[in-house]
Design a protein around this ligand. Sequence first.
Ligand code: ARG
Length: 260
Amino acid sequence: MNFRNVLLFVITCGLVMGIAVVSFGAQKPMYTDGIDAAFPPFSYIDKNGDPTGFDVEVIKWIGREMGFDVKIVPVDWDAIIPTLKVGNIDLIASGMTINPKREKQVDFTTPYWKINLAVVVREVAGEDGAQVPQYNVFSAVAPGRTIGVQRGTTAQTWLQENLIDKGVDIKLKLYDNFLLAIEDLLIGRIDCAVIDGPTAQSAVADRKATIVGTINTGEIYGYAVRKGDTKLLNLLNEGLKRLQASPEWEKLVNKWLIGG
Ligand code: ARG
């Protein structure tokens, strides 16, 4: 190589490295959000196969605002905390209730929503032919009933601790997701189903089922990250704060949680 070629070579290398550094520097971090894909209106898969719902839109908004990309992957609810702990996902944004047992395993953002549990029963033909609830809230959870819950939810824990452990003779049937419980309810395999109110509402909206009562657990939702992942926790908390201070928050709430 003569001197000119060496010079050209050096300049080219410099340019390539420069471009690599610039593009590397501009690369946004990517965080993987694990969701239960059957938990409307917070997280579910729409008709086109795309993840959607309140929590999905919130996390995407926060990502745009705080400068990170989000990849959304469906995970079985019952395995979602272990999946986070081993590092296969970086956060959980999927209607998760903050409670002391989970706080030992993950770190939660500031709470963003509050719910109570709802008791859902099937609608049957009444005497005059009109559709009526098969049970009221008392008879729905009375001794002898079989109650459907999603495995690993606060509904399961509540019924276990407040009814079964106190001697009430009910049976719990556990499902991997809540919509499977609703399918079984509609064909009479279970007597009622218990889940978070907003999810119950969206499940009964287009089915022959209805909510006959509420259990006032007053649960609060937060987004979960691995214990000690303060970097992501701070990004999520700051993003949530900005979102809640912007008109977009009310739009999302009306679209998914109140208006719908
Ligand atoms: N909020 C309840 C819980 O944390 C039910 C959650 C079910 N959420 C879901 N994405 N499946 O246990």
